[in-house]
Ligand binder design. Structure first.
Ligand code: F6R
Length: 588
């Protein structure tokens, strides 16, 4: 994770870098810093915590500079560990992890060099200083050849002012250029704007950035020509639109997200190649992390039920390490909102190397995942700013359910799914009870979420949302599993959220309800089955509209997202920027 920016042009760099960093804060907000080239040396400002801590930046003169917002991996989130790291003639910002840092650092220490930070990144500045003898790009290439791990780097050298060297290996980096100005960033929002042409660096590529001029170099060091990427610049949709937090606003955008992400594969000819592959698929693997993984679990239930195709859902970070089996006619879906999650990219790469076709499901058109996949299916959730995924999860469900519907042996009409746009609007309007549930949960020692069948995915998702933004311990369980050990934790201080959307399974799930009620637990029921309103032992019900049961996760997640949001706010936390987390996880 971490966000990096660079600017070289005719304006003062620091204010531009600051604005860029604010737009990348979703990538990490443990500490921040800016370095500019000024008066033959560097002007440096760093702070612990959020980018706002750098304000004002007026004392940072110079028209060339780099900046960083950090998600700590090596070393605590302190000012000393904040980037840029300066050593000798070099200032460096880094996104990624240098895995052989200890070995490289040892070499510098033996030369008598001192380190000012505990990071894995500072060693890069040391190696550059040691290796530099006039050929800046050559020196950067030699140093990079020694680094193991992942990196996107922006490098300033005081001996070569008005220039930034950028390199990328397994961490995203894009370059923007317009007349007399060049920009550099981990992600598009930081640099997109009127007349900016954007170029995506590939692994092993470097860029030499000057004022209004940028040159690209391939893996061999030879200059290469790059074509600008096409992107829609919709401006920075960063307004909260009257909401206190982005998360609440984004939950409100779930219906639009579903509407925009549903695909009627049978009628849209642009997907014909993908549909041909789907029709010859006998085995599906879904690889993803976190919330995206939960969308995969929902898809498994829907695809297996409707299409009778076996589906395996795999945690991306484990995929490569279990020696995965790819049989003929296997299709792999790599699901990632950001399209930059290092674990998902590595798993998708592994699947391709073993002969699978990979279909990316992502929300970000120019992301690394789109460049490596055989097919790309976009979710159209719109930019998601809150760290906790909400509308993008709904979009992933909508898209994966569209695939399930297309594969359906019963060939159900598309309207079965498109009805969920309106149903999700109704659901939002029925969630008033959450304002009453949240105060009763906010002091809980732990919260359990239970669901059977397809409801299991949202037991996991509801629990993840709650713990990541409200810091309450929580677990999601299949409803029948609690009694095999975890029931020992349940008492009258353990709220239990139960999902109940499938009539055929309801009686079985109610067994679990009775088991926890008889241990004194309070049950909060999220159901689309009106006959369970007023069921024995249940006082708190969120009644969803009745719907096609297999797709019900599109609705049942909404009250759970709102619940996590309300509990976090009541506990005094910022739900948009939970501690220790970042929106885009670009390290393994
Ligand atoms: C939780 C959350 C994370 C992400 C996970 C994968 O709210 O957002 O669990 O879902 O880090 O991220 P993507 O989808 O970008 O690959």
């Amino acid at each position: 994770m971490c966000g990096i920016v660079g600017y070289c042009g005719h304006k003062n760099a620091a204010p531009i870098l600051l604005e860029g960093l604010k737009k990348l804060e979703y990538r990490g907000y443990d500490s921040a810093g800016i370095a500019t080239l000024c008066g033959g040396g560097f002007c440096l400002k760093r702070c612990k915590g959020r980018v706002d801590g750098l304000v004002p930046v007026s004392e940072l003169a110079g028209k060339t500079g780099i900046g960083h917002t950090r998600w700590a991996t090596h070393g605590a989130p302190t000012e000393e560990n904040a980037h840029p790291h300066c050593y000798g003639r070099f200032a460096v910002v880094h996104n990624g992890i240098i895995e052989n840092e200890a070995l490289l650092k040892e070499e510098c220490l033996l030369r008598g060099e001192h380190f000012a930070s505990e990071t894995d990144s500072e060693v890069i500045a040391h190696l550059l200083e040691e290796g530099f003898a006039g050929d800046l790009l050559g020196c950067v290439r030699k140093v990079c050849a020694r680094l193991r791990g992942s990196y996107a780097l922006a490098i300033l050298c005081s001996a070569e002012p008005d220039k930034i060297i950028a390199v990328r290996e397994k961490s995203p980096l894009i370059v923007g250029a317009r007349r007399k100005e060049c920009f550099l960033a981990s992600d598009l929002p930081a640099i997109a704007g009127e007349g900016v042409e954007v170029y995506a660096l590939a692994d092993g590529e470097a860029a030499c950035i000057g004022a209004g001029e940028v040159k690209f170099y391939g893996k061999t060091g030879a200059e290469v020509q790059k074509t600008p990427v096409i992107y829609d610049f919709e401006g920075e949709n960063a307004e909260k639109g009257g909401y206190t937090h982005y998360m609440e606003k984004e939950i409100g955008e779930v219906p639009a997200s579903i509407a925009n992400s549903l695909i009627d594969f049978s009628s849209e000819s642009r997907y014909s190649d993908f549909c041909k592959v789907l029709c010859q698929t006998y085995y599906i693997q879904i690889i993803a992390c976190g919330t995206a993984y939960h969308s995969g679990i929902a898809a498994k239930y829907a695809m297996e039920r409707l299409a009778r195709i076996p589906v395996e859902v795999c945690i991306a970070s484990e995929y490569r390490y279990r020696d995965p089996i790819i049989s003929p006619h296997t299709l792999v879906f790599a699901v990632s909102q950001s399209g930059e999650t290092a674990d998902t990219l590595a798993a998708a790469q592994c699947a391709r190397e073993r002969g699978a076709l990979v279909a990316a499901i992502t929300n970000v058109p120019y992301s690394s995942l789109t460049r490596m996949a055989d097919f790309v299916l976009f979710t159209h959730a719109g930019r998601e700013i809150a760290v906790a995924a909400t509308k993008s999860y709904a979009a992933q469900l909508a898209l994966l359910f569209s695939v399930a519907l297309f594969l359906s042996k019963e060939r159900l009409p598309f309207s079965v799914l498109s009805d969920f746009v309106e149903l999700s609007r109704h659901t939002l309007s029925r969630c008033f009870c959450i304002a009453d549930w949240a105060p009763r949960m906010k002091e809980a020692k732990s919260v359990f979420f239970l669901g059977r069948g397809v409801d299991y995915c949202n037991a996991l998702e509801g629990s993840l949302k709650l713990k990541e933004i409200s810091y309450l311990p929580s677990e999601g369980y299949p409803a029948g599993e609690l009694k095999h050990g975890t029931l020992a934790l349940v008492d009258d201080r353990t709220p239990i959220v139960v999902l109940l959307t499938q009539r055929a399974l309801a009686e079985k799930t109610m067994n679990a309800v009775h088991e926890v009620v008889s241990r004194g637990a309070e049950v909060f029921l999220v159901t689309s089955l009106p006959e369970y309103v007023g069921a024995e032992g249940i006082r708190s019900v969120c009644l969803l509209p009745e719907c096609a049961e297999i797709f019900s996760p599109l609705l049942s997640v909404i009250p759970l997202q709102l619940l996590a949001y309300r509990v976090a706010v009541l506990r005094g936390y910022d739900p948009d920027k939970p501690r220790n987390l970042a929106k885009s996880v670009t390290v393994e």
